[in-house]
Design a protein around this ligand. Structure first.
Ligand SMILES: Cc1cc2nc3c(=O)[nH]c(=O)nc-3n(C[C@H](O)[C@H](O)[C@H](O)COP(=O)(O)OP(=O)(O)OC[C@H]3O[C@@H](n4cnc5c(N)ncnc54)[C@H](O)[C@@H]3O)c2cc1C
Length: 426
């Protein structure tokens, strides 16, 4: 079975490694960029993604790139605590959560893919067209510096991100990703360790918010590398550009009153070397991912807002699910059709629900409720949002995202039984 993957982001590379792990060998990744530069700032991988990386046998090399947060805490814009919950192993999962630099993660996955695949990653290949052939195969057309090139395969996987060319070819009326009206500024800063040094924090509400999590342990001078996302509703066009660098000073000024006794937000923003600005956009849920033997994966299928920290993790789950079904269906053209249908059945309804939950501000709903019910702050959070309500909001999101500890810990492996050592559930 010949498989083409479009895009060498986290989803495409995870798909390449996953397909190889289940015994598929004719896999080629085509990437638009002429080099994989490992762009971006921090990304969180949730326990459901760490489970898949662990079953792929690559969790160790990824884990050493990041920090495992033990707690997630939500605050209002006055720095008062609303909700706090353990994360990863501390929350009862068999796998940790991991905060990691997106670029380092992408480069590590690239190295793993290059070490395993027989075909090198084809850089400088931009997908511009697809064609279904009478024999059921699919042909992909690429623009390269040397002209156009057509490649035919049994399966084409579009892992080409939020601006996916394959998605646009299949859904030509869709247009640009809808904008939430919020602008995000992402950066990495070196600041004094806050709280216990392993806590991810979110402060604010749906109008203005600050999220921060460590990307390193504290060094000898007590400072640590921290990833942050500052967010605010401002004017703009909603034109998505991941790499627009902006001056930190005016962004720090937007947060000038956010000096908590445990974190100085404007100082953290001002200390960033570089801040990347982009509008908070996502994609509407699709009614169909698979056309013929082409399908979508990761952001191409279900780009979502970063609240909930699920984009990278869900791309990894897609990759593993697709590999499982391609490996376990009959090895025939009809078997491929069945596998793609099973992949879409397993993933698309779940991602439709998760997109809706994420648009409804996901687990951050507690912050908005605190703002609505106690805009000037509170003496006792229990009188503002009873504990049972806060617990329900946290659990509802985990259910939608498929990572309630008891469900994740006990669900069957996505490694086909035939290739598990001794048939064991890993
Ligand atoms: C430059 C960049 C920086 C990011 N930074 C962050 C961050 O700091 N924090 C965070 O949480 N998330 C970030 N993300 C998003 C995050 O990586 C994704 O949400 C998640 O990992 C899902 O990944 P994906 O592989 O589906 O898509 P992506 O990571 O977007 O990867 C898609 C890949 O497809 C390639 N591609 C696009 N179009 C074509 C085409 N026509 N032909 C061939 N290849 C194509 C792209 O160059 C890219 O390598 C970033 C994404 C990008 C592209």
């Amino acid at each position: 079975m010949k498989i083409i993957i479009i895009g060498a982001g986290i989803g495409g590379l995870a798909a390449a490694v996953s397909l190889h792990e289940v015994g598929l060998r004719d896999i080629t990744v085509y990437e638009r960029s002429t080099s994989i530069r490992g762009l971006g700032v921090g990304i969180n991988l949730l326990p459901h993604a760490l489970r898949e990386l662990s079953e792929l046998g690559i969790a160790e090399s990824i884990t050493e790139l990041g920090v495992a947060p033990t707690t997630l805490s939500y605050f209002n814009r006055h720095g008062q605590a609303i909700w706090s919950e353990p994360r990863g192993i501390a929350a009862g999962y068999r796998w940790p959560q991991l905060s990691v630099h997106r670029g380092r993660l992408q480069l590590a996955l690239r190295d793993l893919a290059e070490a395993r695949l027989t075909e090198p990653i084809r850089l400088g290949h931009r997908l511009i067209g697809v064609r279904s052939n009478a024999d059921g195969t699919e042909s992909a057309r690429f623009a390269t510096d040397d002209g156009e090139l057509e490649v035919t395969a049994d399966v084409i996987v579009g892992a080409d991100g939020i601006h996916s060319a394959l998605r646009a070819l299949r859904h030509p009326a869709e247009g640009a990703p809808p904008w939430s009206g919020l602008t995000l500024w992402r950066g990495v800063t070196r600041i004094p360790a806050f709280l216990d040094g392993r806590t991810m924090i979110m402060a604010g509400d749906a109008e203005q918010k600050f999220v921060a999590y460590p990307l390193s342990a504290a060094d000898a001078d007590g400072r640590m590398l921290v990833n942050f996302i500052a967010e605010r509703r401002v004017g703009g066009t909603g034109d998505a550009d991941w790499n627009r660098a902006v001056d930190p000073a005016p962004i720090a000024e937007l947060f000038r009153d956010w000096r908590f006794d445990w974190l100085d937000v404007p100082a953290a923003i001002a200390a960033a070397d570089e801040i990347l600005e982009y509008p908070m956009v996502d994609r509407d849920a699709l009614g169909q991912w698979t056309f013929g033997r082409t399908t979508l994966l990761g952001d191409a299928a279900h780009a979502m807002y970063p609240n909930g920290s699920n984009g990278g993790s869900q791309a990894i789950l897609d990759a593993r699910t697709l590999a499982f079904h391609l490996a376990t269906a009959e090895d025939s053209p009809a078997g491929i059709d069945t596998a793609l249908a099973r992949y879409e059945d397993a993933r698309r309804p779940a991602m439709t629900a998760l997109l809706a939950a994420t648009r409804a501000t996901g687990p951050e709903r507690v912050m908005q409720l605190a703002r609505e019910r106690a805009p000037q702050g509170f003496a006792d959070i229990d009188e503002v949002i009873p504990r049972a309500e806060r617990e329900r909001i946290a659990a509802d999101y985990k259910t939608a995202a498929g990572f309630l500890p008891e469900i994740l810990n006990d669900r069957p492996s996505l490694t086909p039984a035939a290739i598990r050592p001794n048939g064991a559930v890993r």
